[in-house]
Write a protein that binds this ligand. Structure first.
Ligand code: G1P
Length: 292
């Protein structure tokens, strides 16, 4: 049902400097794949066929990653490395599937989405924030799109966070809950703990009604002096409902070193060969704690 996925990839990734000086943060690897590939695979699993990357300077590696590379393919073929060949060929996007546009200035997530407004002609579209990596049996966006009904309005993935962390997220005012769906009467971007209406946080998966693009185009800067996607979702209430989706899975904040490290461990545990090495390796380091 949702055919287009917007992938905002314009962020500076300053928390991962110096690594992200010349490597886009979305190209940081978890075990053996860059974050942006996990995001595109998740969008594909939900039925998306078009991928709009909202990019900025220095992000060319993302474009290269989803291209065919003839010389590499020929070399792998000649060397009979068919499993690797299959991995890189299946990852490439087909002609016309990938659209790369620029966000001319870092004016916020809402502004990044607005940059794609001339490219969306369906009733709804998806957004994935690649640094929110989710380990689950069924990919998070697929869980959401399988369960999405137009009366859900704007749908966001949600999880309950610790009170001390509410100021890092969009936070829902929870009105009612039914199964995995949470009906919200409001949403506020990065509230102080004392002002937070709940601990139900927005996680980086969205199915949005296309009218949000009109709302965004008339919007003034909010938290952090940025055009916030959260504010636009809030302003569409009450004529467009807001539904939180308490997806099944575990989310890792790969925008932080701890979250990215933990994601590597969690995803490594999914691979029996790597897992066999991982446990003794971790034990060795834990037993020899030796801070610099
Ligand atoms: C963005 C959104 C926020 C959401 C978060 C999830 O914030 O603005 O509402 O809760 O992603 O990761 P950012 O982390 O880009 O500051």
């Amino acid at each position: 049902m949702v055919k287009t996925c917007i992938l905002p990839v314009a962020g500076l990734g300053s928390r991962f400097l110096p690594a992200t000086k010349s490597i886009p943060k979305e190209m940081l690897v978890v075990v053996d794949k860059p974050l942006i590939q996990y995001a595109v695979e998740e969008a594909k699993s939900a039925g998306c066929e078009r991928f709009i990357f909202v990019s900025s300077q220095g992000k060319g590696a993302i474009e290269d990653h989803f291209d065919r590379l003839q010389l590499l393919e020929q070399t792998l073929e000649t060397r009979k490395k068919y499993d690797l060949l299959e991995k890189i060929v299946s990852n490439a996007l087909e002609p016309g599937q990938a659209v790369y546009i620029r966000q001319p200035a870092p004016l916020g997530l809402g502004h990044a989405i607005l940059c794609a407004r001339h490219l969306i002609d369906e009733d709804s579209f998806a957004v994935i924030l690649a640094d929110d990596l989710i380990l689950s049996q069924t990919p998070c966006l697929k869980q959401m799109s399988d369960d999405y009904h137009p009366e859900d309005g704007n749908m966001v993935a949600t999880m309950v966070v610790e009170l001390e962390n509410v100021s890092k997220y969009g936070i829902l005012t929870v009105q009612s809950e039914s199964g995995l769906k949470v009906r919200a009467s409001n949403v506020v971007e990065k509230p102080a703990a004392a002002d937070a209406p709940s601990r139900s946080a927005v996680i980086g998966r969205y199915i949005l009604r296309t009218e949000i693009l009109d709302t965004l185009s008339a919007q003034t800067p909010g938290a952090g002096a940025e055009i916030q996607l959260t504010d636009a979702i809030g302003r569409m209430l009450p004529h467009t409902p807001l539904t939180g989706y308490a997806y099944q899975g575990e989310r890792f904040d790969c925008g932080t070193k701890e979250g990215w490290l933990e994601a590597n461990i969690a995803f490594a545990c999914q691979d029996e060969n790597v897992y066999a090495h991982l446990v003794p390796m971790l034990k060795r380091y834990v037993n020899n704690y030796n801070p610099r």
